[in-house]
Every structure is written in C-alpha cells, then in structure tokens.
Design a protein around this ligand. Structure first.
Ligand code: AMP
Length: 286
C-alpha cells in the first residue's frame, strides 16, 4: 500500500498505475473508517484494478467549528484497515496544500443545494463540491464511489460531474448498517451505549414512514406518523423529516409508486447530528 501525502506524489503514483493500463477507482473519505467506507472500497476493487482512498477532513464543508474540531480522527487505525483490504494508494494531503489560499471559486448546485442538508448546513455543499472537484482533478479516476447514506451529496456530485463534463462515472453504494439498523457513521463514535440505541430508532422511523407511504399513498400522513414515532423518544431531536423527489430534493405532494422517492431524516442525539434515509426505488428497492 502506497501512502502519499502530497499531490505531486499522488500524481506520480497514479502515472505508474496508468502505465500498466490499470483502471482507477477513487473513494473519497474523511477518515475514522468503518464498514460503510470499506463497502465503498470493495465496490471500487470489484470494478477497477487500482483503488485510491483519500482521507481528508475538509474544513470547507463544516459550517460548525465545533463539529470540525470534534470530528474523530485516527490515522494509524485507518491505515491498518486499508492495508488489510489491500488498497493500492492512500492519499492524505495537508490542508495547506489543498487550500493554499482563500478559495475564490464556489460551486453551487440548484435546486438541490437549497434543500434539507443544504438548508440546514449553509455552505456545506459548496465545500463538498470544491473538495470533490479537486480530488477528481488530482486523481482523474475512471470511477468514484459515494455512499447513498449521504443521498443528497451523491446527487449533487452527479450533477457537478455532468454539468462540468468531468470524465468519471459516479457510483452510488448502498448504506451499510449495524445489526440494529443504525447507519454506520464516524460520528457514531461520539455516542454512548444509550445514544447508539436511540440512534437505531432513526432507521425504524424511516421504515415506518416508508410502509405508511406505500399503504396510504399520503406523504403528509406518512410524515406525521414518522414524527409521532420519534416524539416518543426524548433523546431524539428531529431537525427535519422529509419525503422528497431525489433529483430535486423537493418534498413530494403525491406519492406515485412507480417513481423514486427518498425519506430523509436529520436528528440530534446527545448533541451529535446524524442523518439517514430510505431510498425507495421501484426497480431496486433497498
Ligand atoms: P465520510 O468519511 O463520512 O465523508 O464518508 C465518506 C464516504 O463514505 C461518503 O461517500 C459516504 O456517503 C460514505 N459512507 C459513510 N457512511 C456510510 C455507510 N454507512 N454506508 C455506505 N457508505 C457510507
């Protein structure tokens, strides 16, 4: 496993792989890896013969300074996990090299950016857009892998790549969950045992909304069911629960079973902000 810490080293390492006519898959992460990230790595390894994992806690996408300073990090553990999966290249750049000066360019994706995560975390997706574009430019992969756990991010990245004609396939990978249904997340490390049990209720609530939606066809009623379910638990502070059309992330007025729909939730538990979603696709249900 080749661990590189500068853009020049990364480009040189990829040049060598390209000489061997390898296809390159990129898995962007912010580290503190878990099985969700490893799912992306495995998806890349199944489709490419060189997998690059980037680990970079991107300051530009944090709208909350405390969230950035408390974001969990463990470089040694991350490298051990990636080594055990036989990853080819790990890219861990310094913030100063990625952002040598204040960014003058901003990337915004309408109308998705105004909704849900974008609305509640101003500037977040602009930061995501910049770092993803930079990483795609550094690595120039054939494919890049993103988790459907961050569904809005996945669609935003697809929009950027399409509109800016970046030659890469964006692949969405299913959410990896614990046995309790809790979506794996680096932020889960900040929860107590009680907090983890509460966090698992987020997915139960989403499933309830999905079932209600399919049974009654009313998004308004399904949303009410979901909110009522979460209200039972004092430790769950819902920021939003929304049933949206995934290409725009606008709330749907009527449910059509033949159309894609996403049920999205964001909630605070023990002061930790968690998100999850249920992505209902008629062709390939989750
Ligand atoms: P992060 O390190 O949280 O920025 O996540 C890096 C990538 O891993 C993103 O594309 C996430 O959507 C994806 N990811 C995070 N958690 C999961 C999960 N539980 N299942 C699948 N993908 C995930």
């Amino acid at each position: 496993m080749n661990v590189v810490r500068s853009i020049a080293q990364l480009r040189a390492a990829i040049k060598e792989e390209r000489k061997l006519e390898k296809t390159v898959g990129l898995v962007p992460t912010m580290g503190f890896l878990h099985k969700g990230h490893l799912g992306l790595v495995k998806a890349s390894q199944a489709q490419n013969n060189c997998t690059v994992v980037s680990i970079f806690v991107n300051p530009l996408q944090f709208n909350n300074a405390k969230d950035l300073s408390t974001y969990p990090r463990d470089e040694e553990r991350d490298l051990t996990m990636l080594e055990s999966l036989d990853v080819d290249i790990v890219f861990m750049p310094a913030t100063e090299e990625v952002y040598p000066s204040k960014m003058n360019v901003s990337i915004s994706v309408s109308p998705i950016e105004q909704q849900l995560e974008g609305f509640h975390r101003p500037g977040h997706f602009a930061g995501v857009g910049v770092i993803v574009t930079k990483l795609l430019n550094y690595v120039q992969p054939d494919r890049a892998y993103f988790g459907l756990k961050d569904l809005q991010q996945y669609f935003i990245v697809k929009n950027i790549v399409e509109d800016l004609s970046i030659p890469v396939e964006i692949e969405g990978v299913a959410t990896v969950r614990s046995e309790t249904g809790l979506a794996l997340s680096s932020r889960n490390a900040r929860l107590s045992i009680e907090g983890l049990a509460l966090a698992a209720k987020l997915y139960t609530g989403l499933q309830l909304v999905g079932t209600s939606l399919q049974a009654n066809g009313s998004p308004q009623q399904a949303e009410k069911h979901g909110l009522k379910y979460y209200e039972q638990y004092q430790g769950i502070e819902v920021e939003y629960l929304a049933i949206v059309e995934p290409h725009t992330f606008e709330s749907i007025e009527t449910f059509l079973p033949e159309r894609d729909v996403a049920v999205c939730v964001a909630a605070y538990i023990e002061g930790v902000r968690l998100i999850d979603n249920l992505y209902l696709r008629p062709d390939s249900p989750e």
